[in-house]
Design a protein around this ligand. Sequence first.
Ligand SMILES: [Cu+2]
Length: 193
Amino acid sequence: MKRNILILIAVVTGITLVASAGTISGQVSGVAGQSVVYLDAISGKTFPAPTEHPVIDQRGLLFQPHITVVQAGTTVEFLNSDSVAHNVFWTSIGGNKKLGHNLGTWPKGEKKSFKFDTPGAVPILCNVHPEMSAYLVVAPTPYFATSDQAGNYKIENVPDGKYTAIAWHEGAKSQSKPVSVSGDTKADFTLSK
Ligand SMILES: [Cu+2]
């Protein structure tokens, strides 16, 4: 009898764990290279600002990495690792030109940080080197992923529920679609320029 109860507890606990969270995975096609997939704002849910400060490096006359995705409220550090001065500016956030900003120009080994509170894509540029560019995608939730070069992505630890997932790709029209997460869930996107 005692053994049966233990088995019952184990089964119920197991079911609860399986049903409470999963992953969203799939492929972003129609475009070449890395894309970003994230969950849109969830009504009634707020998320504490992350304490980690991701770094976007300027190294070898390139922004590295080229694509970064963070949760809204994240402070991003911009580092210059080159022996020439670099600048960092963006013309808009999520298409809103009022949120354009110039962080300034600074020499090797120095960095400046900025807290990105508004969700949306941020085209990052350097006014010293017009060929330099990067993208920062500010997601409204902690549920996001950068795909591999083939477009495969996986968002981990998503609580079961109904969401809107958004796929973003540099120079393409973003696509959003409803995703109902129940354990491991698939969501594919096809983007076009
Ligand atoms: Cu530069």
